[in-house]
Design a protein. Sequence first.
Length: 268
Amino acid sequence: MKRIVLGIQYDGRPWQGWQSQPSGQTVQDTLEAAVGQIALHPIKLGCAGRTDAGVHALEQVVHFDTSELRPLSSWVRGVNAHLPESIAVRWSADIVHAQTEDAIEFHSRFSAMARTYQYVLYNHPVRSPLLAGRVGWVFRPLDVTCMRAAAAYLVGEHDFSAFRAASCQAKTPIKHLYEIAIRRQGDFIFITVRANAFLHHMVRNIVGSLIAVGVGTHPPEWMATILAAADRKYAAPTFMPDGLYLSKVDYDPKWGLPQQDSALNWFV
């Protein structure tokens, strides 16, 4: 039995999120069916992180087990031949060939050391139809300096209950946020967040609160207040999913995964 790992990229607009649903209109359902065509048996995928409806992935990482012998190229070109244009396998790896004693212990979710999400904002008085579904839009001017000051309060290990969705199933709201970077390039603002793990809607809730600071509704210190309150009702509303991208998942180099460089500057 081999454990195959795939790097997946997808446009989240046509899908009802990652996780399998009775409707079958999810990335997981579609990808499992395509991989099964090449494996010649039913496939159940594990993933690094579930994404919501409308959320995109630059490099989702998934794994599955199979006893079928296939060249690694078959798990890329072969699977892609059975996928719609909104989903693509970018790379594949055979963990057994990594020559580690605990090769089969690799798990796309539990072996992940960190995850990076990026939110892309289009900050312009008028919406762009060409960017619909791919970026979040804010028509009021945003003060990036104030947003950075607010974001600094979130770095470190905290109880992130203020940014946790009511439907979140995580065992604990305590997460370690390693870094949050905000940069502007023309009319685009990129918010990059790296943490050991995330709560349901955590990034979108943080983005909503940063925007509230950026437009001047609250001062930067407000972020520290709502973080300490640990209550969702004090933070800003959940922001739209359109501009959210799962950008990178970090693993120990021992697994030998052929991950591509995180394309955090991919948009412009």
